[in-house]
Design a protein around this ligand. Structure first.
Ligand code: KIV
Ligand code: ZN
Length: 386
């Protein structure tokens, strides 16, 4: 049986930072890297060192400061990239070079104007060169989501022979369906003779909103690393969201998978990344969105107030959020209204609640949300004092 630990490879500082407007300076990157280490990620992809002197500096500073977590630098299958990444990673206690090249016929033809044979040679050379500098080399087969399976298997076998320790199977364009992505992983597990010498990694983009589902499907099929970002930020529609995969794995013990992430730190780091990168988190975002623990319709509120598990599979404290919220709108019910009045110190009998509820509905139809001030005015309108 494959061991159940799923390594969490955080690429917020690399794939996440590629988002327009989200660029970070070295100080910001170092601060976030320290928080990622506290969160419990296994690998921090700190940047793409050859891309700019600033990113070289960031990877280098992070390498100096991070003591336990693997620090990784991205390269293309290009000699200079690999040499520069090795230099940036020199101070790291546990350095990893992440090198790779396009693997789909689309990329081979249009990006590289090359052939499968030549791409295979470049991949092998890149991994061998990287292994001269570090023991831990991850190879990415870019656009593996659309690559020919037998070529992908050959590429995987050869780069493992050349010394790759992790094989990243990116669904670069977010194209795959979960069962297709899982089949790719299973095929590699069953058809690459030396696959036991490497870890398979999921790297999914969210163009069809399937990044989390695909990553989980990949892990069920045998991958033991998931590449993800805080809040799911990243190129175009983003990457797999770290908080979503971590909580999916936690909520499904039957998968026999686990991560070393401290879930209580998920909300604080989500807020920090959002502020530092100036990138708002959508309110309905799973796990960390503002509405993730809000209940606003009468049916849900009534059930939730009787027993939280009727409408919540995650307790807010589990991910570091304060409490669940009962939001009052024109869709809310009497029990929610009475609950919110009680929190403000009011106790009403049944008749008073009925009267207040009628007044509340009139007001709620004219406003998006009823706040505490509105409630005090409503209570005063029937002569009540807290
Ligand atoms: O999406 C992708 O293919 C990547 C690789 C560079 C790993 O980000
Ligand atoms: Zn990517």
């Amino acid at each position: 049986m494959v061991e159940g630990k799923v390594h969490i490879f955080d690429t917020t500082l690399r794939d996440g930072e590629q988002v327009p407007g989200c660029k970070l300076n070295t100080k910001e990157k170092v601060e976030l890297a320290l928080k990622l280490e506290e969160l419990g990620v296994d690998i921090i992809e700190a940047g793409f060192p050859v891309s700019s002197p600033g990113d070289f500096e960031s990877v280098n500073q992070i390498s100096r400061i991070i003591k336990n977590t693997i620090v990784c630098g991205l390269t293309r299958a290009v000699q200079k990239d690999i040499e520069v990444a090795a230099e940036a990673l020199k101070p790291a206690a546990r350095p990893r070079i992440h090198t790779g090249i396009g693997s789909s016929d689309n990329h081979i033809k249009y990006k590289f104007n090359s052939t499968r044979e030549k791409i295979l040679e470049r991949a092998i050379e890149a991994v061998k060169l990287a292994r001269n500098f570090v023991d831990d080399v991850e190879f990415y087969a870019e656009d593996a989501g659309r690559a020919d399976l037998s070529f992908l298997a050959k590429l995987t076998e050869e780069v493992i022979k050349a010394g790759a320790t992790v094989i990243n199977i990116p669904d670069t364009t977010g194209f795959c369906l979960p069962h297709q992505y899982a089949e790719k992983m299973a095929y590699l597990k069953n058809n690459v003779p030396n696959i036991d010498k490497a870890i398979l990694s999921c790297h999914c983009h969210n163009d069809l909103g399937l990044a989390t589902a695909n990553s989980i499907a990949g892990a069920i099929a045998g991958a033991r690393q998931i590449e993800c970002t805080i809040n799911g930020i990243g190129e175009r529609a983003g990457n797999t969201s770290l908080e979503e995969v971590v909580m999916t794995i936690r909520k499904h013990p039957e998968l026999d998978l686990y991560t070393d992430i401290d879930p209580k730190k998920l909300l604080p780091i989500s807020r920090l990344v959002s502020e530092t990168m100036r990138m708002v988190v959508q309110p309905n975002k799973a796990v960390v969105g503002d509405n993730a623990f809000s209940h606003s319709s009468g049916i849900h509120q009534d059930g939730f107030l009787k027993e939280a598990s009727t409408y919540e599979i995650i307790a807010p404290e589990e991910v570091g959020a304060d409490t669940s919220k009962i939001v009052l709108t024109a869709r809310s019910g009497r029990s929610a209204l009475a609950y919110r009045f009680k929190n403000l110190g009011y106790e009403f009998d049944r008749n008073q609640v009925d009267e207040l509820y009628n007044r509340f509905l009139k007001l709620a139809d004219s406003k998006k949300e009823i706040n505490d001030k509105d409630l005090v005015l409503l209570a005063e309108s029937i002569g009540a004092l807290a």
